[in-house]
Ligand binder design. Structure first.
Ligand code: AMP
Length: 116
């Protein structure tokens, strides 16, 4: 869908748009959501563009492992395993996806309400 030049999250990877970076390695970037829905609301993205989670699985499933390894590390560092956390990835407009670069929301540090 989006080309890398047009993609908002690719521009964050490239440093063209600022973000509060929480974690970075050679594959993955995690940063604060600009419109947080919980005290902790992070977005985890792979540096290589795919449009959404299913496209990622179809194109390069190892990226899912990269992302969850990073989520695990950050969750451990922030002590979130005890507090509880929610991981969400919206696929498609009707599911609420607004940025078409695969991402996982990590929500924590608040009693989270019903899922939908
Ligand atoms: P989704 O609606 O599931 O595609 O999630 C996209 C998320 O990106 C939303 O929660 C937005 O608040 C967030 N977002 C949009 N622009 C930015 C930005 N420049 N920096 C950080 N988060 C953003």
């Amino acid at each position: 869908m989006n080309s890398t030049e047009e993609c908002l999250f690719c521009q964050i990877v490239q440093g063209k748009i600022p973000a509060k970076i929480i974690y970075e390695d050679e594959n993955v970037l995690a940063f604060n959501d600009i419109n947080p829905l919980a005290a902790i609301h992070l977005l985890f993205i792979h540096k290589k563009h795919t449009d959404h989670l299913l496209a990622m699985v179809q194109q390069e499933v190892k990226q899912v492992v990269d992302l969850f390894s990073s989520i695990n590390q950050v969750a451990k560092n922030l002590g979130l395993e005890k507090k509880g956390l929610r991981i969400v990835s919206n696929v498609g407009k009707t599911a609420g996806q607004s940025v078409f670069h695969t991402h996982f929301h990590l929500l924590s540090d608040k009693v989270l309400g019903p899922f939908v």
